[in-house]
Design a protein around this ligand. Structure first.
Ligand SMILES: Nc1ncnc2c1ncn2[C@@H]1O[C@H](COP(=O)(O)OP(=O)(O)OP(=O)(O)O)[C@@H](O)[C@H]1O
Length: 456
C-alpha cells in the first residue's frame, strides 16, 4: 500500500465509524502528508479544524491508522500541509514513506499468521524510564516477561492516556521473545480483536479464528475498555480468556480505567480481569518527565541543555505523548532556524504549540467554573473569605491554573477571586507548584480540571 492508499483505507473506515455529518465536515478533506515508522502527519484545512479534530477524532484516527498499518502509529496535524522544509527533510531522512509499510508486511508474515500488529522494537524496557508513577507497573511487566503465566495472570494495567501502557505491553513481548524466541506472542488492540472476529463470522472462519487466538503463549491486548457494550465480542473474549488462562498461558491487558469502572462490561469478565494483578500507571513527576525527555531527545540525536529539558517538563504535565509533542516542536523550530536551542528559543516554540493556542481561549471565568464544578464547591465560596480546607485547596488550584494557562497578572487573578492581594495569590500558586510534584492526587485533580477545560 502506498500512503495514498493507506489514507483512502483510513477514510473508508472513518466513514463507517463516524456519523455522516462529522465525516463530511471534519474528516473528508484531510490528507496524509508524511508517514514514518511510528508517526503520521495529517493535513487539515484550517486551524479551527485542527483543534476540533485533535480534540474529538484523534483517538479514532490513530486507531484506524494503526489497524490498517498493523503497527502503533502516533498522529499529529498540520494546517494545509504546511510543514517546514527542514522538518520534511528530517522526516524523510528518518525513513522512506514506503519502507515501513513493507517492513510491517514482512513482520506480519514472519509472525504466526494472525492479523496482528508487529511488536514495535522501539518500545523496550531499556528505554522505559521508571519513576514513582510507574514503578509497580514496570516491575509487574518485567516479572511477567521473565516468567510468563507464573507471576501474575492476568496482568491488568490501567491509567490515563499517553502514560506508557502500550509501551510496556510491547516491552513485555520484546523481552519475552529475547529470552525465549520460540514463544508465540500476540499484541492486538481490542478493536483489532473485534474486527477480526467480525470478519471471521462474516467469512465463516470462526473455527480458524478460535484456533489462532487459542494457540498463543502471551496475549497482549491493548485498550480492553473498548469491548464494553459489544456483547458478541465479550462472549468470544470470555472463551478465549478462559482457554488461555486454563492452559496456563499469559494474558496482559491495558485499559484507561480499572475493570470496575468499565461500564457495560459483563460481570464474569470483570471478575476475571480483577483475578490477577491490577496495577495503575500514574502521571509522572517532574524528575521522571525530565528523564523521559532526555532519552527521547537522545533517540532523536539532539542534545538539549538541562534548563531546556526542565522548562519543557515543567510546562507539560498532562501526559507523555504531549511531552513528546512539545519536544518535537522545539526540535522542529531549531531545525528551521538553524539556531542552537536555548531557553528563549524553547519558550518561543512552546508558545506556538497547539496546546498553547488552545490555552489562549481559556478565560479565568471558565477556570473558576471548571474548578467549582470539579470540586463541587460553589463559585461564591471560592471568591469568599472562608479558609476551610475544602475551599482553600480548590481556590489555590484555580489560582495556579489561571496563572499557568492565561496571561492574567497576580493582581488580576486576585481581583477575580474576590479581591485578594497579589501576595496571597503568589503564595497559593507557589504552594500548588510545590505540592503538585509530590502529591499524585493533586496532580490528577489539576489534570482533570484541565481536561474539562480543554475538552469543553
Ligand atoms: N516511562 C516512560 N519512559 C519512556 N517513554 C515513555 C514512558 N511512558 C510513556 N512513554 C512514551 O510516551 C508515548 C505514549 O505512551 P503510550 O502510547 O504507551 O501511552 P498509553 O498509555 O498506551 O496511551 P493510550 O491509552 O492513549 O494508548 C510513547 O511514545 C512512549 O514511548
Amino acid at each position: 500500500m502506498n500512503p495514498k492508499q493507506v489514507w483512502q483505507a483510513v477514510l473508508g473506515e472513518l466513514e463507517v465509524r463516524l456519523n455522516p455529518a462529522q465525516f463530511e465536515t471534519w474528516i473528508k478533506n484531510t490528507s496524509l502528508v508524511s508517514l514514518d515508522e511510528d508517526e503520521a502527519v495529517i493535513s487539515v484545512p484550517t486551524s479551527f479544524a485542527q483543534m476540533t479534530i485533535e480534540r474529538k477524532f484523534e483517538p479514532e484516527i490513530r486507531r484506524s491508522l494503526s489497524n490498517i498499518l498493523h503497527r502503533p502509529v502516533q498522529v499529529s496535524f498540520v494546517v494545509n500541509g504546511i510543514i517546514s522544509s527542514n522538518e520534511r527533510s528530517s522526516r524523510s531522512n528518518e525513513s522512506s514513506v514506503e519502507a515501513p509499510l513493507l517492513n510491517a508486511a514482512q513482520n506480519t508474515s514472519t509472525q504466526f499468521g494472525a492479523p496482528n500488529t508487529p511488536l514495535n522494537p522501539r518500545y523496550t524496557f531499556e528505554n522505559f524510564i521508571v519513576g514513582s508513577s510507574n514503578r509497580m507497573a514496570h516491575a509487574a511487566c518485567m516479572a511477567v516477561a521473565e516468567h510468563p503465566a507464573e507471576a501474575y495472570n492476568p496482568l491488568f494495567l490501567y491509567g490515563g492516556v499517553g502514560l506508557g501502557k502500550t509501551h510496556l505491553l510491547h516491552a513485555i513481548g520484546n523481552h519475552a521473545l529475547k529470552l525465549k524466541p520460540y514463544l508465540r506472542v500476540l499484541y492486538v488492540s481490542s478493536e483489532q480483536f473485534t474486527n477480526d472476529l467480525i470478519n471471521a463470522i462474516r467469512e465463516h472462519r470462526t473455527e480458524e479464528f478460535r484456533a489462532r487466538y487459542r494457540s498463543i503463549d502471551i496475549l497482549l491486548i491493548d485498550d480492553i475498555q473498548f469491548i464494553a457494550g459489544k456483547e458478541s465480542t465479550q462472549e468470544e473474549f470470555f472463551h478465549t480468556f478462559n482457554h488461555l488462562h486454563g492452559a496456563n498461558k499469559q494474558i496482559v491487558m491495558t485499559s484507561d480505567r480499572p475493570p470496575k469502572a468499565i461500564a457495560t462490561l459483563q460481570d464474569r469478565l470483570r471478575s476475571r480481569f480483577e483475578g490477577g494483578l491490577m496495577t495503575e500507571v500514574n502521571l509522572p513527576d517532574l524528575e521522571t518527565r525530565i528523564a523521559i525527555l532526555r532519552i527521547k531527545a537522545e533517540n532523536k540525536g539532539v542534545d538539549l541543555p538541562d534548563d531546556v529539558l526542565e522548562l519543557i517538563a515543567r510546562k507539560v504535565q498532562s501526559n507523555i505523548r504531549e511531552l513528546e509533542g512539545a519536544l518535537n516542536s522545539i526540535v522542529a523550530l531549531a531545525r528551521l532556524t538553524g539556531e542552537p536551542i536555548t531557553l528563549a528559543t524553547a519558550a518561543e516554540a512552546l508558545n506556538d504549540t497547539t496546546m498553547a493556542r488552545k490555552k489562549r481561549q481559556i478565560t479565568p471565568e471558565r477556570i473558576l467554573q471548571a474548578v467549582a464544578s470539579y470540586y463541587g464547591v460553589d463559585e461564591k465560596l471560592l471568591k469568599g473569605k472562608t479558609r476551610a480546607r475544602e475551599v482553600v485547596i480548590p481556590r489555590q488550584v484555580a489560582m495556579y491554573i489561571m496563572r499557568e494557562d492565561t496571561d492574567q497578572s497576580l493582581s488580576e487573578i486576585g481581583a477575580i477571586l474576590g479581591g485578594r492581594d497579589h501576595t496571597t495569590v503568589l503564595h497559593g500558586i507557589t504552594k500548588v507548584e510545590k505540592d503538585i510534584e509530590v502529591d499524585t492526587k493533586l496532580r490528577q485533580d489539576v489534570m482533570t480540571v484541565r481536561e474539562m477545560l480543554y475538552n469543553n
